[in-house]
Design a protein around this ligand. Structure first.
Ligand code: PMV
Length: 318
């Protein structure tokens, strides 16, 4: 009998961008995220004769399934399990277009695996296991605001800062570009460490995390938005100053940044954040959602905008 888990994707307001140990996926910095209601992955797992992976009901090639099954190998070894599996994921996230679908994917996979074998783990241990599939997945175990702490293999997991925040906070996911990203986050983080600004980035991240925690406690949207924007810009600055330099930005990314800055000067308070892809996410409050959507729609052709707010932690569907 299969087991299905649902995990929502999260967006980092203070980013993880650099690994201390790539194999164990240990970060060089702690990070903080908002779990989103509109984007999630449902993953079911069932023992089978041979391994197969279906994504959105399509059977994936063994190459595309490699990451899933090498992650499951690690879990099987840990818990002394010898089964093969049918894994099936339905992704309610635009795949690889700048919203980290790997965060919901590996949080759902780790949760479904533990539920299938009745492995009794608390949320911190589940987060630790999810971390080994994808760093950002550690935070998707929780709803609301979560913090993933740096540390060693045993202490690097996420915990909840506030599962059900009351803050008026919306995230508009602006899908400008549907292409898959050309530089994976793993490769991007590796390259970023060659930047001469990398040490500064780690230090700044540390102090910005503390300021962000305070902004959330104070429900201070202005502080939260401006810090998230600064933090994202710093992350992209280490990419631009890497050797060789690279960027996830496309011309439309810059155009969207300018539009956000422009709206701000006109009194529409909003801030941008950008991950490892060309798409822009806009942080705003409910009263400005409609206006901001309209301005993006009139500035870009064929733009898809999804208005998201706080989502829940992992749940089980059967
Ligand atoms: O864990 P990954 O490989 O999905 O990397 C996530 C990297 C960023 O999305 C850019 C930042 C973050 O903290 O989520």
């Amino acid at each position: 009998m299969k087991k299905t888990a649902r995990a929502h994707t999260n967006i980092a307001l203070i980013k993880y961008w650099g690994k201390k140990d790539p194999k164990l996926r240990l970060p060089l910095m702690s990070s903080l995220s908002m779990t989103l209601d509109k984007f999630y992955t449902d993953t079911s797992i069932e023992a089978a004769e041979e391994n197969s992976f279906y994504l959105n009901n399509e059977k994936q090639t063994s190459n595309a399934s490699k990451r899933v099954f090498s992650y499951l190998e690690m879990l099987k070894k840990k818990y002394d399990i010898t089964d093969n599996f049918t894994v099936s994921s339905i992704n309610h996230v635009p795949t690889a277009a700048g919203l980290a679908s790997s965060s919901s994917a590996f949080a759902a996979l780790a949760s479904a695996f533990c539920a299938y074998y009745n492995i009794n783990v608390d949320k911190k241990e589940l987060s630790r296991l999810a971390r080994m599939g994808s760093g950002s997945a550690s935070r998707s175990i929780y709803g609301g605001f979560a913090i993933w702490q740096k540390g060693d293999d045993n202490s690097s997991f996420a915990y909840s800062l506030d599962e059900k925040p009351k803050m008026d906070l919306h995230l508009l996911a602006i899908e400008l570009n549907k292409n898959q990203k050309s530089i994976s986050s793993t490769k991007g983080m590796e390259l970023a460490q060659t930047s001469s600004f990398f040490e500064t980035w780690i230090q700044k991240n540390d102090s910005e995390l503390n300021e962000m925690i305070q902004a959330i406690k104070d429900e201070d949207f202005t502080k939260l938005g401006s810090l998230a924007e600064l933090n994202a810009s710093e992350m992209h600055a280490v990419n631009l100053s890497a050797q060789p330099p690279f960027t996830y930005f496309e011309p439309d990314t810059i155009k969207a940044i300018k539009l956000v800055e422009n709206m701000r000067t006109q009194g529409i308070e909003c801030y941008y954040t950008i991950d490892a892809g060309p798409n822009v996410k806009v942080l705003c409050q409910l009263r400005n959602v409609k206006d901001i959507k309209q301005r993006f729609e009139s500035s870009f052709n064929n733009v898809t905008i999804i208005d998201a707010s706080f989502g829940p932690g992992v749940s089980y569907l059967d």
